[in-house]
Design a protein around this ligand. Structure first.
Ligand SMILES: Cc1ncc(COP(=O)(O)O)c(C=O)c1O
Length: 401
């Protein structure tokens, strides 16, 4: 018996890739995890969630534990709509889908929007889990460069022009993380946002906007609005999440976009909701001053970013450069020519620090472009650990250089 022969072509393709999560191998004990893109443990509102759960079950008894859920569960989409309206995104009837995290929304959007083998456009580098999803639908993943102002929209425009002239298939979908991008921390400028929306009209594609970090701008007045807030033509499917601002284990995310797209995504999702998590989240949000919480989080993350950047400036040898994000969780470090972040990792682990090598944020042969880069996260660890981690990384870089 060879059970593999029962696998569908899609499953065989999926298994031919490195397993999901290869970018986060088990780590030796005691290693400083600058690799972890998680919220810091004390940021998770455990006491408030416990109180919300107790109140929920006292009020609704068994209802949130049934398939059909409860009153509190039914309130969640409305609460998300309110948040979106505050971000300049009015969402009509049938235009919102609550999902199991933004990741499920990426998967459902890919399923609804990518024909088998059709090209999809992404940033290079981009969020590795999105690549792990897209590759299940197509191997034509086209990467476009990112600089300090985010996606280099002119490079995309140039390639679209070339593809059209050469009669090549054009991408119908572009996935982008325009604010505080994972992994570079870059933010797409307002001018580029406008140009990208115009390009979507000109070349007739949809934009999948992943705004997982959008509410974590260190200076919210200076942050450009989401693409979706500028979108007058229904070109943007917007994705959001509570993972970075409440708790990732709730698995609450959403998609807001044109009604037919949301309807298709909803059909694929079926009724695979989590009534208890939805109801708990709604009860929590009803009793929380979320703007005040966001202000507190922004302040904490800004402090941690400053500590990480300060430590890099103090510790790193000449030739190492890095980005200075205005929000989010990540700093993208570039090593001097000749160093390779994948090859450096064992020495870094031995020195006591973990990071994510750059290659994981690129698809296929483009992974070589990641060799000189690595992702550090300032979100998870307390300041002293951030400093300890950077000092260890600097030791490893100096020893290798
Ligand atoms: C860009 C981006 N999108 C989505 C997610 C995941 O969101 P969720 O936990 O809501 O699935 C992450 C988390 O790391 C992320 O960096």
């Amino acid at each position: 018996m060879h059970p593999q022969r029962f696998l569908s072509p899609a499953a065989r393709l999926a298994l031919a890739y490195p397993p999901p999560g290869a970018w986060m191998p088990p780590l030796p004990p005691g290693v400083v995890r600058l690799s972890a893109g998680y919220p810091f443990p004390e940021s998770v509102p455990v006491a408030d969630l416990a109180a919300a759960l107790e109140a929920l079950l006292a009020e609704e008894a068994d209802a949130p534990l049934h398939y059909l859920g409860s009153r509190a569960m039914a309130a969640l989409p409305g609460l998300i709509r309110q948040r979106l309206a505050q971000r300049g995104i009015p969402v009509g009837e049938g235009e919102l889908l609550v999902t199991s995290g933004a990741c499920q929304a990426i998967d459902l959007a890919a399923r609804a929007l990518i024909a088998p083998g059709a090209p999809v456009a992404v940033e290079a580098p981009t969020y590795m889990e999105a690549l792990e999803i897209f590759r299940n639908y197509t191997d034509a993943i086209l990467g476009y460069p990112v600089d300090r102002e985010g996606l280099v929209v002119e490079a995309l425009a140039e390639d679209l022009r070339r593809r059209r002239t050469a009669g090549k298939a054009l991408p119908r979908l572009l996935y982008t993380i325009p604010s505080f991008q994972n992994p570079t921390g870059a933010t797409l400028s307002l001018e580029r946002r406008r140009r990208l929306l115009a390009l979507a009209e000109e070349y007739d594609f949809l934009i999948l906007e992943d705004d997982a970090y959008g509410e974590l701008a260190f200076d919210p007045q200076a942050a450009p609005p989401p693409l979706k807030a500028l979108d007058t033509r229904g070109r943007v499917v917007y994705l959001g999440s509570l993972s970075k601002v409440v708790a990732p284990g709730l698995r609450i995310g959403w998609a807001a976009g044109p009604e037919p797209v949301i309807r298709a995504m909803a059909v694929f999702k079926k009724d695979l909701d989590h009534p208890l998590a939805w109801a708990l989240t709604a009860r929590y949000l009803q009793g929380t001053d979320l703007p005040a919480r966001l202000a507190w989080l922004r302040q904490r993350y800004r402090e941690r970013r400053n500590v990480l950047l300060g430590a890099l400036a103090r510790e790193m040898p000449a030739g190492v450069t890095w980005t200075e994000p205005a929000g989010g969780y990540f700093v993208w470090v570039s090593l001097p020519p000749g160093l390779d972040s994948e090859k450096l990792l064992p020495a870094a682990l031995a020195a006591g620090v973990a990071y994510v090598p750059g290659r994981h944020f690129y698809f296929g042969p483009a992974a070589a472009q990641g060799a000189r880069h690595l992702r550090l996260s300032f979100s998870y660890l307390p300041p002293a650990e951030l400093e300890r981690g950077v000092a260890a990384l600097a030791r490893a870089v100096r020893a290798a250089g």
